[in-house]
Ligand binder design. Structure first.
Ligand code: ATP
Length: 310
């Protein structure tokens, strides 16, 4: 059977991963979430998400990183399309194809990125003409990181991370990401963080002025002084081998190393492109990490691109 809209061309959206330059985790809220103060940066590891009219809702995930990603209604991209359809009453079933370039369960918000990309793609396919702000409002219903993956750039997140304000950032930063074997579940890492802090008083988090100042200089050496992740202790407690990865990256010349979000990907900040190449080669040769990816930030949020060539 052919869809009533089968003459409409597919829409492809490219979406970046994120790294948290600062992730401050406040007290546990009554709704089960933590108050966060975070500074996100969008980096040039991408998923490409294509939506096309179909008779039924469906999803395919491709690429070497596709393992373990659900293709049913649990996929965040499918949830995003169905949310937008239900909220506007203007959509119709689509097949979603996700080409995965973002590590899965790696603390880089790959699922959230696909949800963000799907909102932007369906908005275009269905001709809804929703602005970024309205799409970001739907995005917040899907997850804390989803609005930022629409916005891109560098931004401060508060609340659960979904409330965004742009950050004044100069320059381009070079990153090397060390991918680990297997993922870490975000709720498990937060639970471990709560367990480790059970006897401590946890203050309400506030963005660090040092980091905001460093971002205005555009100097990676300054930024390296101010990277911070309150989930790192928990990720290291659950995955002690990450300590070795961090030490190794620093030994090979990274300016700073930090667990990305809830981990287990480790993000290394380097001086420039060449330093990134050297570090990537050294980490790969060391055999401590599953794989290595180089990226730059900040980059744009989810945006329509011409159809990718398979
Ligand atoms: P975050 O940093 O946002 O907490 P993450 O980057 O650690 O998340 P994801 O890659 O988003 O992790 O995947 C977490 C889990 O979400 C996966 O194990 C998978 O079961 C599920 N998931 C649902 N939809 C997707 C998707 N489109 N891409 C990846 N994982 C998905």
């Amino acid at each position: 059977m052919t869809s009533a809209h089968s003459e409409r061309p597919p829409v492809t959206v490219r979406v970046p991963a994120k790294v948290n330059l600062e992730l401050l985790v406040g007290p546990l809220r009554p709704d089960g979430f933590h108050t966060l103060s975070t500074v996100y940066q969008a980096v040039s590891l991408h998923d490409d998400v294509t939506v096309v009219d179909d008779d039924e809702w469906g999803c395919t995930v491709t690429g070497p990183l596709a393992d373990g990603v659900p293709t049913d209604g649990d996929n965040l991209a499918v949830r995003a399309a169905r949310l937008l359809e239900a909220a506007t009453g203007l959509g119709s079933p689509v097949h979603i194809t996700i080409r995965k370039g973002i590590p899965v369960a790696g603390g880089m918000a790959g699922g959230s990125a696909d949800a963000a990309a799907t909102l932007v793609a369906c908005d275009r396919l269905w001709g809804l003409g929703l602005g970024k702000e309205e799409l970001e409002r739907y995005a917040a219903q899907l997850g804390s990181d989803v609005p930022f993956l629409i916005a891109g750039g560098t931004a401060v997140g508060s609340g659960r991370g979904e409330s965004l304000a742009p950050a004044l950032a100069r320059g381009t930063y070079h990153w090397v990401f060390a991918l680990a074997e297997g993922g870490l579940s975000t709720p498990t890492v937060y639970a471990e963080c709560d367990r480790l802090r059970r006897n401590r008083i946890v203050p309400e988090p506030r963005p660090g002025m040092g980091l905001m100042g460093a971002l205005r200089t555009g100097d990676p050496f300054e930024l390296a002084e101010h990277l911070r992740n309150d989930l790192q202790e928990a990720a290291l407690s659950l995955r002690p081998a990450l300590r070795e990865v961090l030490d190794e990256g620093l030994g090979f010349g990274a300016l700073a190393g930090i667990v990305s979000g809830s981990g287990p990907t480790v993000a290394f900040l380097v001086e420039d492109l060449e330093a990134g190449l050297d570090l990537a080669v050294a980490l790969t040769a060391s055999g401590t990490v599953r794989d290595v990816r180089r990226a730059q930030g900040p980059v744009h949020g989810a945006h329509v691109i011409p159809a990718p060539i398979d």
